[in-house]
Design a protein around this ligand. Sequence first.
Ligand code: SF4
Ligand code: SF4
Length: 179
Amino acid sequence: MKLKSTKLLFLYRSFLFRFVKFETDNEKLENIVKALNIKNRKQRIEFIYAEMIKSISNYYKEDLCQFKNNQCIAQRKNKSNYTNGCCRLCLYKTGGDCLVNNVACKMFYCNAALKNFKELKYNDLELFKVLSITNQFMLKSDYFTKEEDVIKDLNYGILIGTLRVTYRFIKQFIYYKKN
Ligand code: SF4
Ligand code: SF4
């Protein structure tokens, strides 16, 4: 079946189209077609996630946070005593580049970082539209979380995903209190 636009994605990713193979003549829709042709839910989420990480990294090539002596541009501007920028309370901070590959974190830049740079929006990422509304919401909110956990949250769906997020939130809160 030929895909011409992104209008009916909610239908095309559903069970009804499980045995339909999609094609397209539009270069811009090629990745969407690849995603729709992956019929296994987890594998499709993994593909979308990996492609989104690639697109975000390609877009944000510049060093917008400008870390110096472990303080980012916002912390230096505000003469803060804290270090590690907005990762300072995260369990996974390394003091350098984050290795966790979290989409929500990679999409976040504060006003100080974006002063002379146009922000990338979720809707600029074609593959984001292939996710369901609830998965879009979860992906956007799942900060401070490892890639494999975000993928599990998206795969399990909103109910189990929310329980998992709540558990991690409590763990994060305890870490915050201790630090
Ligand atoms: S996004 Fe802003 S607060 Fe976070 S590390 Fe970059 S400059 Fe600092
Ligand atoms: S997971 Fe997010 S908050 Fe934690 S260190 Fe990585 S980028 Fe920072």
